[in-house]
Design a binder for this molecule. Structure first.
Ligand SMILES: NC(=O)c1ccc[n+]([C@@H]2O[C@H](COP(=O)([O-])OP(=O)(O)OC[C@H]3O[C@@H](n4cnc5c(N)ncnc54)[C@H](O)[C@@H]3O)[C@@H](O)[C@H]2O)c1
Ligand SMILES: [Zn+2]
Length: 375
């Protein structure tokens, strides 16, 4: 894997889907360049003084908002920050209507652009607002969390939650561009970084031995947030995600592989009333999927053992707390949004880099595996 720190550009090619392609730019400490690139894209599509709104959350705004806004103002962009309270609990339709009203107050019209500055919650909410405000305006993603930089900012899924469940209202709207500055990750709280690492390890398992081994042998540097390690990981994850989005934008086929660990993981999250973080839940979900794969597909046990070691170094618990009941997990599994009819789909691995969808998992086997993953 390369070690250089120059800005990288990855194009998400959607021409075959009759949709505009867009670039993902990745670098370290590139706020100035990002502002320049945004100014260029605004100049192409709208009068330079057309207002742009930076949608962000309260945490990211207080740490990074002022400096980011200054960089936009310096290149003549008429931008204002529109924040909402940080956290998944803000990812709802009320936040969407409040934001839309703020955009109206700012005079945003169909020629305006939204800039999403934040983690996955900001990206999902801002993308959703962009897809419905005045029947849709363009948006740019500037992800600041590890999950957002490696996953949620790419691919055009937008969503808000309903009281009944997560991501139940949503649209597909690809961003006009994605600008990733790994410098933002320096201020990400440790638990959030670990959460993102669970998804990074998932990418390693899906992609193949080379990237998986890279994560395994560089986990120390990644956890110390060394710039070269972050750049390498973020770039590789973006390439993997873009490759999947290009062939399966709407999750009919291979995009489903990204749900590795998520069938059981979502059920654990819901059974624990969201008191367990997403990353921690999917970590257990991945370990369950790997054990199922060993039982059904003869995946070597060593894969699960390697993943457990990496997870532990990444500060992610590898055992299910006793407070989360197996019956509650199964109750949630049965209401999974991604179920098809009566079939429960699990993403399993024949080998590292060789995922498949299985719908013939026996409940007894899964129960035994979940019980075995307890503390
Ligand atoms: N659209 C997709 O394809 C997709 C994919 C995966 C996840 N998601 C969604 O993303 C969300 C999870 O993303 P997330 O973990 O980024 O959540 P998040 O946006 O809530 O961010 C996590 C926490 O970190 C803070 N934060 C973010 N960047 C920071 C920074 N640089 N410095 C300091 N604090 C920072 C946030 O304020 C928040 O408190 C979920 O809602 C999930 O459904 C969407
Ligand atoms: Zn996830």
């Amino acid at each position: 894997m390369q070690k250089d720190l120059a800005m990288k550009k990855i194009t998400v090619n959607l021409e075959q889907l009759a949709r505009s392609s867009y670039d993902i730019c990745i670098g370290n400490d590139i706020e100035g360049e990002i502002a320049q690139l945004i100014a260029q894209s605004l100049a192409l599509s709208a009068p330079m003084r057309a207002p742009a709104a930076v949608i962000s959350d309260s945490n990211v705004m207080s740490i990074h908002g002022e400096r980011f806004l200054e960089s936009l103002h310096r290149v003549g962009i008429n931008a204002t920050i529109v924040p909402f309270p940080a956290g998944e609990s803000s990812k709802n339709i009320l936040t969407v209507t409040k934001l839309a009203e703020s955009l109206l107050d700012l005079g945003m019209d169909r020629s305006s652009k939204i800039i999403a500055l934040g983690g996955g919650v900001v990206g999902d909410v801002a993308g959703f607002v962009a897809s419905i405000y005045m029947r849709g305006i363009p948006h740019i993603q500037i992800p600041t969390s590890l999950i957002a930089q490696t996953d949620s900012s790419i691919g055009g899924k937008t969503a808000v939650d309903l009281p009944q469940g997560k991501n139940l209202l949503g649209t597909f709207l690809q961003p006009a561009a994605v600008f990733i500055d790994v410098r933002f990750l320096a201020t990400l709280p440790e638990r959030e970084f670990s959460n993102g690492m669970a998804e990074v390890i998932k990418y390693g398992l899906l992609n193949g031995e080379e990237f998986f081994s890279y994560i395994e042998s560089n986990i120390g540097g990644i956890m110390h947030r060394e710039t070269s390690a972050l750049m390498a990981v973020v770039e590789r994850c973006c390439r993997i995600k873009k490759g999947i989005v290009e062939i399966d934008e709407k999750e009919k086929g291979s995009r489903r592989f990204l749900n590795l660990g998520h069938t059981v993981g979502h059920a654990i999250e819901a059974a624990a009333d969201y008191q367990i973080s997403h990353g921690e839940a999917i970590a257990i979900g991945m370990l369950a999927a790997l054990r199922l794969s060993s039982a059904i597909l003869q995946l070597p046990n060593s894969v699960g053992e390697r993943v457990e070691r990496i997870l532990r170094t990444a500060g992610i618990p590898t055992r299910l707390p006793s407070s989360v009941d197996t019956a509650a997990i199964f109750a949630k599994l049965k209401t999974d949004k991604k179920r098809e009819g009566n079939k429960m789909n699990f993403i399993l691995l024949q080998d590292i880099g060789l995922p498949l969808v299985a719908d013939n998992v026996l409940q007894g086997l899964l129960t035994a595996i979940i019980e075995d993953l307890r503390q």
